[in-house]
Design a protein around this ligand. Structure first.
Ligand code: RM4
Ligand code: MN
Length: 388
């Protein structure tokens, strides 16, 4: 196996984007719980996100969601982020919370609704110019609940047409990442249910359109690392939305439900050249913290990704290939398992100290008193919530 000192330099290449709504309240359809100190506006969300970067050095960008993070002046928001040592990242569109979108958005039968949804994306692109964001992330709630409810074929055609108009409005340096999800809120069919459908659309659009893989958006038992491998092979993996799930789109802390799956995904990322500053894959979290504290939840999450990345980097690729060539099934498997079972936490703590970061970011953040401070200071106003 490679040793930690060999892979250590590569750890500095890791950047994980946080999303602003992780710092607002969230919940289930049964209840959204509030927490003292929860941000009331995008400025406070960014200040909280910056804490994660401060203690881990891993999270230099914050993704926005429009309209949840709409502000008067995006230059001011960008400057605010800069003052907190972070930058603004991906802009996420929202075509699932307006009355008109009951039967869909970009695939809707009614041209007026499609117009509204397309215009919303054009507005997002305008914002991206001001925030200096690279990626526009599109996740659609479009789909149907009952067989026969709508013509699936027609919906694909309209979707393709709508996406084309949005794509053509992208600036030179901007990209579009199209996320898929196999069900919910639609239960019979979803218009972008899987990586294949997303791939079909982004391939038709062109080089600036790529697939976004949300780890929670697959049927149980799906081999996600295979999809990662295939999309990297095709040069079409644009972004990850990391989270974890036991049952459906649980949006739990990445690596919490199945650390081994996270390892297998990262092995394919490393194998496929998707890791590091030279590549084009955005590592993003897409999680909701319903019952745990949000900032520590995000710190734990980026550390989980870092730990599994380190293990994936430790894989002895030469030994693996030799075992594969020899048809030595068990040795090949052993090579991977050796890396997976390596506890990298002590080495990472040391590495962090050498970078001027706290050895234990969770403890350092807890000791900082930040949560107590925001709970005392952020009195009044309306706490940000999933959906507002
Ligand atoms: C979706 C999807 C998107 C996220 C929304 C809020 O399920 O995962 O990435 O923006 O939720
Ligand atoms: Mn997502």
């Amino acid at each position: 196996m490679a040793n930690f000192a060999d892979i250590a330099p590569r750890l500095s290449e890791q950047e994980i984007e946080l999303h602003s709504w992780a710092f607002g309240n969230s919940g289930t359809r049964f209840r959204v719980f509030g927490t003292p100190g929860t941000p009331r506006d995008p400025f406070e969300k960014i200040a909280d996100a910056a804490q994660v970067h401060k203690y881990t050095g891993l999270a230099p960008r914050v993704a926005l969601h429009i309209p949840w993070d709409k502000v008067e002046d995006y230059e001011v928001l960008r400057e605010h982020a800069h003052e907190h040592d972070v930058a603004l990242g991906t802009v996420n569109s929202n075509t699932f919370q307006d009355e008109e979108y009951k039967f869909g958005s970009l695939a809707h039968r009614d041209a007026a609704v499609r117009r509204k949804a397309i215009d919303h994306h054009l507005e997002c692109i305008e914002i991206m110019h001001k925030t200096k964001s690279r990626d526009l992330k599109i996740w659609l709630a479009d789909g149907t609940n009952y067989p026969g409810q709508d013509d699936m074929r027609g919906r694909q055609d309209r979707l393709a047409e709508s996406l084309r108009e949005i794509y053509d409005a992208l600036g030179e340096e901007q990209r579009m990442v199209l996320e898929y999800k196999f069900f919910e809120p639609s239960f019979y069919h979803t218009d972008v249910p899987d990586w294949g459908t997303s791939f079909v659309h982004v391939s038709e659009l062109g080089a600036k359109a790529l697939v976004c893989l949300d780890t929670g958006h697959h049927a149980p038992g799906t081999n996600i690392e295979f999809i990662v491998m295939q999309l990297l092979r095709l040069g079409k993996l644009g972004a990850f939305d990391f989270n974890s799930r036991f049952y459906a789109d649980d949006d739990l802390i990445v690596g919490a439900a199945d650390p081994f799956q996270l390892f297998r995904i990262l092995v394919e990322v490393v194998r496929g050249g998707g890791y590091g500053t030279e590549n084009n894959v955005t590592f993003m979290l897409d999680q909701c913290h319903n019952i745990e504290d949000k900032i520590p939840g995000q710190i734990r999450s980026v550390l989980n990704v870092q730990e599994m990345t380190a293990r994936a980097l430790l894989v002895d690729w030469q030994a693996l290939e030799a075992a594969q060539l020899a048809g030595d099934v068990l040795s090949a498997n052993d090579v991977l398992m050796d890396a997976f079972y390596t506890d990298v936490r002590p080495a990472l703590a040391k590495w962090r100290a050498a970078q001027g970061l706290p050895r234990d970011p969770m403890a350092a953040f807890a000791d900082s008193g930040y949560l107590e401070r925001i709970a005392a200071e952020r009195i009044g106003g309306k706490q940000a919530s999933w959906g507002a």
